[in-house]
Design a protein around this ligand. Sequence first.
Ligand SMILES: Cc1ncc(COP(=O)(O)O)c(C=O)c1O
Length: 420
Amino acid sequence: MQRQVIESRYRELTASSACAFSEAKRWLPGGCSRQAGFWHPYPLTFVRGETCYLWDLDGRRYIDLLGNYTALVHGHAYPPIVAAARARTDDSSCWVGNNEEQVRLAQLLVERVGSVEQVRFTNSGTEAANLALMIARRWTGRDKVLMARGGYHGSLMEFETGFGGATGPLTCIAQYGDLPAFQEVLSQEGESIAAVFLEPVMGAGGVISGSQEFIEGVREAAHSAGALFVLDEVLTLRLARGGRQAQLGVTPDLTLFGKLIGGGFPVGAVGGGRELLELFDPANPRIFHTGTFNANPVTMAAGVASVEALTAERIDHMDALAEKLKTELLQAASQVGLALSINHTGSIMNLFFSDSPGTAYGARDDQELMARFHLAALNHGLFLAPRGLIALSTVMSGAIIDEVLERAVAALADTAAAEL
Ligand SMILES: Cc1ncc(COP(=O)(O)O)c(C=O)c1O
C-alpha cells in the first residue's frame, strides 16, 4: 500500500472533517488554535466522547489513546466529573470571591504531594510555569532560567526557546540526563539563574525518563548555585498518587500541575513551600497575580472528582495495561518487519519507528513513517498523537487493549506495505 493510498483512504473516511477544516481555515489561522492539534492533511473534527471512545463528524468511532495529551486520565465524560461540573454550573459557573472547591482541590494536592504546602491556581500549565518563574525571579532577584534542551513547560517565550533547542537572552539549556552539563551551566551562569525547570519524564520530548540520580543531582546543583528547583509534574502526576517526585524521592522547591487536576477543564497550578507561596498573600503582595478564571468553580469541582478518583489501584491498572500494550505492539511490528522502539513510563509511552528509541523534539529520522502510521491508525479507528504519544486512561480494560492491538496490527501492516 503506497503512502498516497493511506492518505486517500483517510480522505474517503473523513470527508466531513475535510469540509469542516476548509471552513475553519477561513476564520482561524491555519484552521485551528493549537499546534499539537494539527496533522497533515487536516485534523479530524470531533463531536463527542465517552469513556475511551471519540466520535468524529462522519460518525466514525475511535479508541482514544491520548485523552487530550494525558489530561483525561479517566476518559471522556467520566460520570463523577460530569456530575460535579453539572452540579456546579447549575449554581452559576463563576464569581469573584472564594469557592469551596478550590480549597478542597488544594488540600488534595497538599495531602498527596510531599513537597507541597500551598497551591496557587491558574488556567493552564503554561501560566503555572510563568508563575513559578515569577516566584523564582522575585525570590532570587535573578532573571534567567535553565531547562533541558527540548524540555516542555508550555508556550511562554523563555520556555519555547529551550523547547526549540536554543538558548536565548533569558534561557539557558543543557542536555536532559546529562548531570555534568547542567552543573557546568550552573557553575558558569549560576549567578544569573533564578530557577532550573525539569520534567521528571520528558513528555513532549518523547517520554524520556530522568533517573533519580540525574533529577536529584540537578536539584542539588541548582541549590548550590542559589537557584530554585522547579519540577514540572503537569504530565507526570498520573504516574503515582504523589507524582513522580514520590517515586523518585525528590523534593522540589516548586511543583507545576495541570491537565488531570482540572478533570478536563482548563487548569494549571503551582505548589510549594509556604514561604515561597506566601509571596502571593494579598494582604502583603510581593507578586501581583490575578486572573478572571483562576480557580474557577467548575474546573475546581471537576478537578476534585478527577484527583479523588486517581487511586493507587487505578494507577496500577493503567500501568499493567500499558505494559501489555507495549509488549504486544513491539511483537506486532516485528511480525510485519517494521523497526519499532517504545519509550515507556507507567501509563504513557512514545512510539519511534527505529531500532532504538529516540527523542520526539527537533527533526526525527522516523518522521515519515511516524506520520504514515498515525494516518493508518486513524483509518483503523485508533487515535494517538501525531508524534506517537500514547496515554492510557483508568476506564480502559484488557478487552479494550485487545481491540487496540487488533487495529494497531492492521495499521502497522498498512504502514509496512506503504514502504514497498
Ligand atoms: C510537562 C508540561 N508542562 C507544561 C505544559 C503546558 O500546559 P498547558 O498546555 O496547559 O499550557 C505541558 C503541556 O503539554 C506539559 O506537558
